[in-house]
Design a protein around this ligand. Sequence first.
Ligand code: ADP
Length: 452
Amino acid sequence: MFKRILIANRSEIAVRVIRAAREMGLETVAVYSEADRESRHVAMADRAVCIGPGPSKLSYLDQEAVLTAAKISGADAVHPGYGFLSENADFAEACAKRGLVFIGPPPQASRKLGFKSAGKAVAREASVPCVPGTKGDISTVDPKEIEAIGYPVLIKASAGGGGKGMRVVREASELKSQLEAAATEAKAAFGDGSVFIEKLLERPRHVEIQIAADTHGNVVAFPERDCTVQRRHQKLIEESPSPALTPEIRREMQGAAVRLAKAAGYQNVGTVEFLFQDGKFYFIEVNARLQVEHPVTEAVAGVDLMELMIRIAAGEKLPFDQERASQIRCHAIEHRINAEDPDNGFMPCPGRLNGLELPGGAGVRVDTHAYPGYTIPSYYDSMIAKLIVTAEDRPRALRRALRALGELKVDGVKTTASLHAKVVAHPVFMSGDFDTHFIETHKILDREAAHA
Ligand code: ADP
């Protein structure tokens, strides 16, 4: 086992790593930017190293600065969290070169899966159903190939993420100009202009499978997470189990995720994402890291995924088999609380939290780096807390979520908490029968805010 883990990240996920490491008796090293001196992860870690100014490029994305911090602090492993360097295979390799264990998948596996189009190729080889589409990246396209897929289609950036770089094309006449625009946009956002085309599913749910794979060839798949409530393809609420899945489909999806992980030589934890429509599921991509919504699975499966990541990276075997991983112990829902103004186009609201009262009581977990008096910097994403509720079934979990959201009091900045309460109290959300367009279809926001 390691002695000292450096956390190449910030915010709630850095706090999450520190908590798991401390429970395992391991020391932690925080890195932080000048804008993050007051962040809770800095105070909580056993030691902390400043790695540069506020902008991520000059701090959290500066590989050399992170690796130097690891060296001077005597760390023997690096946890990348999510975002920043977490899916950067070059960084994982650079860690290995400096004798540091990267707590995540091996670089070969993330390279195989990192590009959406490459991930789909691996999925096809492993007989995992994919959304119909072009077989690889395209610069020009034969209109006949698209006719065969059938309009409407979606242009996606191979290097895309965070819901960015997607364009819907409803008819052939728009295709050429949209392809060019998408490639330019992708190049600007991701430094890579490759794009591919997929059939647009009109009413899908987003359902994903958390997997864990050790270095001894064992792979397990946990119960699914349903992340169908989204705004502009970004997840807002995640729950498990999905109100839409039968036990048979769940088993099939888990089987598909395990086949894919094995075909890619995957190790550590990861997520295989699918769209689900009319009783069928279709692979879309792999997230080769721990995800924001992992606590939902931790609750439902009764597992500490962060501890598991660390143990797998240290070479330990998975401590349970598929049967144990499949057990569903409760219903769990996660709400991403962002410092954004839902009534004003989700404009980020950095600033000082004059007051912060967090919910508590039975079945309530809050993961956050924020505290009363904390100032949210403007450089980073706007998530300030994750509220996770668990109960014995979905109706009880919904009531608990409403109760907990009501207890959350944030003074000083606007947050998305009221939006979450609106969703949870909505009869269609309660019914469980909805798709990724739920927020727009049911006019949860006023028109202007929804499209801003
Ligand atoms: P990103 O990596 O940018 O998050 P994903 O491929 O994971 O992109 O897709 C994000 C979301 O976009 C999905 O959850 C879904 O709502 C929507 N989406 C992606 N592919 C399709 C598709 N082929 N048809 C309809 N919606 C899609």
